[in-house]
Design a protein around this ligand. Structure first.
Ligand SMILES: Cc1ncc(COP(=O)(O)O)c(C=O)c1O
Length: 430
């Protein structure tokens, strides 16, 4: 599909009609970042039901690192469709589940022997990581970070930080969740500066065990190696090493939530690789399935095996079509890494040039965003709307909604990427 084509005002008449039907039929609680309805997608281009084409810098919220309808993924799905769709792995199992687990165990950071359980969604994987950590340590507490996003189920909402619209009105949440500040250097909670801070925020975990919750009551610390919904904050290089050392010193597990940062988003397969750490449990989802729902928890074998048979699972977990897609994604990703890194360099350079004064361009590899100085989402809402009207799909994020993030599929062409960034520049200029 060739790139941007605007046939109607945005949204077009067919999208508008669908929005009206949606308002009557779909619960209001489901947000819609754009009022356009998709008819087709390919690579980094979306076509809506009115024939308008957009460059997609959102990638289904980071699920399409290998591109929309990656040919390898589509072929693998077709092949699986011709064999069988569902048996339930707990009843009659199948090879591609086991093969995917083997591959994830090999690819996860670190040298300890690993095991994997497959789930459907990021939130479900986070829930399972909490269960596994509690079963292994026989302790209840989980320490999560300010600005973290871990999902929308009750336990994952307890771990998620942002109140509106995620948590407000849904209390009470499960107990035994504690929160500490993240290494958000642009708005440091302790008003310190890196590197003179000497990673005070990581070292503060020791204090947390004294002042907030004793280590004897804590199963795990859970962190996103790069904040996703919280604004693409990538901590300084040694933050996680210090954190992990303190966790292990106190018999607390370290769980890395790589739902958004994993599967190539930062160029590396996992962001943990940049930080040189081996988490006890690694959570993946989103781009693992190349567009199909799939998630995983991969961890040290002895930790994973703390749960007895029957304690983990679910009817559709690790469905064979998603497993086939994920194996194709894993085959495709190494070849895309140089491109991912090139995309990262190009986007960082352009964002740095175009970012308004006092804004913060940040991220890791091609997981890049710009935070605007205003602590509200009004400017990002104006920018994403103006961009859409010019044929560019963009997403905001951040605790204040004032961050524009780039989650472009790495199959984007140079011409598409440059055009997309030109539009972003026009829109940032007001
Ligand atoms: C870091 C992180 N964890 C967990 C989740 C929840 O994943 P899902 O929406 O698949 O439940 C998300 C979703 O954005 C995420 O970014």
């Amino acid at each position: 599909m060739s790139t941007i084509q605007l046939k109607t005002a945005i949204p077009g008449p067919k999208s508008k009609a669908l929005s009206a039907r949606r308002a009557q039929s779909v619960a209001r609680g489901l947000s819609h970042a754009t009022p356009v309805y998709v008819a087709r997608a390919e690579g980094a281009v979306l076509e809506d039901v009115d024939g308008n084409r957009y460059i997609d810098l959102a990638g289904g919220i980071g699920c399409l690192n290998v591109g929309h309808r990656s040919p390898e993924v589509v072929t693998a799905i077709h092949n699986q469709l011709d064999n069988f769709l569902h048996t339930c792995v707990q009843v009659t199992a199948y090879e591609n589940y086991v093969e995917l687990a083997e591959r994830l165990n090999r690819l996860a950071p670190g040298t300890s022997p690993k095991k994997t359980i497959l789930l459907n969604t990021g939130a479900e994987a986070v829930e399972n990581a909490v269960k596994i950590a509690r079963a292994y340590t026989k302790k209840p507490g989980i320490i999560a970070f300010e600005d973290a996003f871990h999902g929308r189920t009750m336990m994952t909402l307890a771990l998620t930080s942002k109140t509106h619209p995620y948590k407000a009105g849904f209390h009470p949440f499960p107990s035994e969740v504690y929160r500490i500040p993240y290494a958000y250097c642009y708005r440091c909670s302790y008003n310190l500066k890196y590197p003179s801070c000497d990673l005070f925020c990581a070292r503060h975990l020791e204090d947390t065990f004294k002042r907030v919750v004793a280590q004897e009551g804590v199963a795990a610390v859970i962190a996103e190696p790069v904040l996703g919904e919280g604004g693409f904050v990538a901590p300084p290089k040694d933050f996680f090493k210090v954190l992990l050392e303190l966790c292990h010193k106190h018999n607390v597990l370290f769980v890395a939530d790589e739902v958004q940062s994993g599967f190539g988003r930062t160029g590396a397969l996992f962001a943990c690789e940049y930080y040189g750490i081996e988490p006890d449990l690694l959570i993946t989802a989103k781009s693992i399935g190349g567009g199909l729902p799939l998630a995983a928890v991969t961890g040290r074998a002895e930790v994973m095996d703390a749960v007895p048979a029957g304690g983990l699972g679910g009817t559709f977990t690790g469905n064979p079509v998603s497993c086939a897609a994920a194996i194709a994604v894993l085959e495709a990703l190494p070849g895309l890494r140089p491109r991912a890194e090139e995309v990262g360099r190009r986007v960082r350079e352009r964002l740095t040039e175009m970012a308004p004064e006092s804004s913060n361009v940040r991220g890791l590899g091609p997981m890049i965003a710009v935070e605007l100085p205003e602590q509200n989402g009004e400017e990002t809402a104006r920018i994403t709307k103006a961009a859409r009207e010019r044929g560019l799909i963009l997403l905001s994020c951040g605790i204040y909604g004032n961050v524009i993030r780039i989650l472009v599929p790495f199959t984007v062409t140079d011409a598409e990427l440059d055009r997309g960034l030109d539009i972003l520049q026009e829109c940032l200029g007001g």
